[in-house]
Design a protein around this ligand. Structure first.
Ligand SMILES: CC(O)(O)CCCCCNCCCN
Ligand SMILES: [Zn+2]
Length: 668
């Protein structure tokens, strides 16, 4: 299934008609540069084009009051003076004779996107709209927003499609207070927002934007605010919050639909956000959400005011929705102290509501920057002033890397009697084997030297890793007699001959030859149940789950709390995913893991299965082809001893692996 793109240039036909420094950044060109970039890069043509429509009154009333709608209805007929007068009652927003029409189109576009996804016409999609929506409230326009596009879409999805649980991820750099107010007592809508806050010194200066505002009554726990109390946050800060807050909670919540308030003012160069995360980070944020809700993801444009980073970020998002491999996470820095404080505060504030956070650390005590510095009367605020605006030093950043999709998406090394699934290519090393390599393989890996099938299989795997290195093949899968031997020979070859970093993920117990972790070019993470005396070391990390990999919630904890942060920090050029015999991992969890690991190494994932498990070839291949994994059930609490063991392991390892940190260093 494809990706919907919804855009109509009618929404460019309104603009600021008077002088207002607070609103001058919200210009029609935001939409035209975004759409033109999608056209220029060929991404628009790869999408399913879906027309916009006007939201009806009834649909708008899903999130707004009648008096507000009636008032807005009058604006098309207002004089300039009346429009200015009408605008004065609201904050940081402007009206125009055509904005009511555009606001109906923006809301209608979001509903068209929900329809396209919920009816299965497409898998996911994005709509480019203005005016944005996440600040508008039941009876008030605010922050360039007139109707709350995403809030209306969430209510619409529940009403029309019986959706039980909606996750709203708001990665715009401003707090979508309109969305928060709409759902704060509603446990069926989980709202997550990060936002520039600077201890309430940044617009909209709301006490309700802080981390301790978790929702009300039945909705307690279903509102997650991550305040950024400093500017300059980078990719590592964003990805840490996804791995240590959003994703564990999102998987526990188990939504039927994911809506994204896709604002790109959180990217580098934006005058509002003043952050330093690069546009390619949105490829990762999108990818990390794509295995939730069976892949049903609707991205709705919110903010983004630097026309260069906006266009690049939009392209990164749409290209990921289309299933292209995500770029490698360029040398991530560890999260900054302020981000760690926010991370610790949010996890602490929500530990009562989410079993995945039950063992999170308490609020930081001594750190100064978590104390809310009350906004004393007249104290200076931090956002840009008006005319006296200093020209922010022009930020420069590298163009996001070209994301080439290899000609072959998935190559499979299979015995002749095993069918090759649709969309994959059978791969076997045909040319006569290099005699030197053959003898080396024979002597080091094969028991009985004349075991020609095993020799063919191993040499096929070696050839496969070479083609992945050249980006001729994206991912691979092999049925082998002995996964440990196959893994060893692959790691040996890739680290010595190709001298690249390999991340090996072993699912299930079984001995992993320790020598492959001595070269520092290999990171092995093994998830199993065996209690071993041997301690984990920096490059060989063992996650022990009491009930082994059959314990889905413990396994998911380990994936987000440990495996993904390690993978992001290690940034391998190849991921080898090994399913050890009798791992006990469920099929849907196996597919989730196969999907998530494609965050790394440009999607170069090589999966090794014991040949007895040929029944898994089809569903593994499906995940390698980028099909969303089936949704896991709602997760019950992980075992206490498992979570405590994971916390201990993380504490021990975080000295070596900075992205494992979830708390700020204690200041004396
Ligand atoms: C959709 C959105 O969240 O991007 C809207 C942001 C509104 C910002 C209002 N304050 C602007 C102050 C100008 N320096
Ligand atoms: Zn914004």
């Amino acid at each position: 299934m494809g990706t919907a793109l919804i855009y109509d240039d009618e929404m460019t036909k309104y603009k600021l008609l008077w002088v207002d420094p607070a609103c001058k950044i919200e210009v029609p060109e935001r939409l035209t540069v975004s759409h033109e970039a999608l056209v220029r890069t060929g991404l628009a043509d790869r999408c399913v084009s879906v027309p916009v429509r006007e939201a009806t009154d009834a649909e708008i009333l899903l999130a707004h009051s009648e008096e507000y709608l009636e008032a807005v209805k009058k604006t098309p007929y207002m004089s300039l003076e009346d429009l200015m007068e009408f605008t004065r009652q609201y904050g940081d927003v402007y009206f125009h004779p055509n904005i009511y029409h555009c606001a109906k189109l923006a809301a209608g576009a979001a509903l068209q996107l929900v329809d396209s996804v919920m009816t299965g016409k497409v898998r996911n999609g994005m709509t480019l709209v203005r005016p944005p929506g996440h600040h508008s409230m039941r009876s008030a326009a605010n922050g360039f927003c007139v109707f709350n596009n995403v809030a209306i879409a969430a209510r619409y999805a529940k009403q029309k499609y019986g959706v039980q649980r909606v996750l709203i991820v708001d990665w715009d750099i401003h707090h979508g207070q309109g969305v928060q107010y709409c759902f704060e007592d509603d446990p069926s809508v989980l709202y997550f927002s990060w936002h520039r806050y600077e201890h309430q010194k940044f617009w909209p200066h709301l006490r309700n934007s802080d981390y301790d505002i978790v929702g009300k009554e039945k909705g307690a726990g279903f509102n997650i605010n991550v305040p950024w109390n400093k500017v300059g946050m980078e990719n590592g800060d964003y990805l840490s919050v996804f791995c240590h807050v959003l994703l564990p909670v999102a998987y526990e919540f188990c939504p039927d639909l994911v809506l994204v308030c896709a604002g790109f003012d959180s990217a580098i160069g934006d005058p509002e956000g003043e952050m330093c995360a690069t546009p390619d980070v949105f490829a990762h944020l999108t990818h990390l959400l794509m295995n939730l809700a069976g892949g049903k993801l609707c991205a709705v444009l919110e903010g983004g005011y630097n026309l260069t980073s906006l266009a690049q970020s939009v392209c990164q998002t749409v290209q990921t929705l289309l299933g292209d491999p995500v770029p490698r996470p360029a040398s991530l820095n560890s999260p900054c102290i302020s981000a760690l404080e926010s991370l610790q505060c949010v996890r602490s504030a929500h530990k009562a509501y989410w079993s995945c956070l039950k063992h999170a650390a308490d609020l930081p005590t001594s750190t100064i920057s978590t104390k809310r510095i009350k906004l004393r009367e007249g104290e200076e605020t931090t956002e840009k002033g008006g005319e006296e605006e200093k020209d922010a030093e022009e930020k420069v950043w590298p163009e996001p890397p070209k994301r080439v999709t290899p000609p072959v998406c998935a190559a499979l090394v299979l015995p002749d009697d095993v069918a090759c699934p649709e969309g994959c290519e059978r791969f076997s090393f045909s040319e006569d084997l290099d005699p030197l390599l053959a003898s080396k393989l024979r002597e080091s890996f094969l028991r009985d030297a004349d075991d020609s099938t095993a020799l063919i299989t191993i040499s096929s795997l070696i050839a496969l890793t070479e083609k992945m290195e050249k980006n001729e093949i994206c991912s691979g899968l092999a049925l082998v007699r002995d996964v440990t031997k196959a893994m060893t020979s692959i790691v040996q070859h890739v680290t010595t001959v190709l001298s690249n970093r390999v991340l090996v993920v072993c699912v299930g117990d079984g001995n992993v030859p320790s020598h492959i972790t001595e070269d520092r070019e290999t990171l092995v993470v093994q998830m199993g149940s065996a209690q071993t005396d041997e301690q984990s070391c920096k490059y060989y990390i063992r996650v022990c789950l009491k009930k082994g990999c059959s314990d889905t919630s413990g396994f998911v904890q380990a994936v987000f709390g440990l495996l993904l942060p390690l993978g992001y920090e290690y940034d391998p050029s190849l991921v080898v995913l090994v399913r050890m015999p009798d791992s006990g991992v469920s099929d849907s969890l196996w597919q989730q893991l196969t999907g998530l690991l494609q965050s790394f190494a440009l999607g170069h994932t090589l999966v090794l299965l014991q040949e007895e498990e040929k029944a898994l070839v089809g569903l593994t291949a499906s995940s390698l082809l980028g099909n969303p994994a089936p949704s896991l059930k709602q997760l019950q609490a992980p075992l206490t001893e498992d979570v405590e063991a994971l916390e201990r392991l993380r504490h021990r390892l975080q000295a070596d692996w900075k992205l494992l940190q979830t708390t700020a260093p204690q200041t004396q």
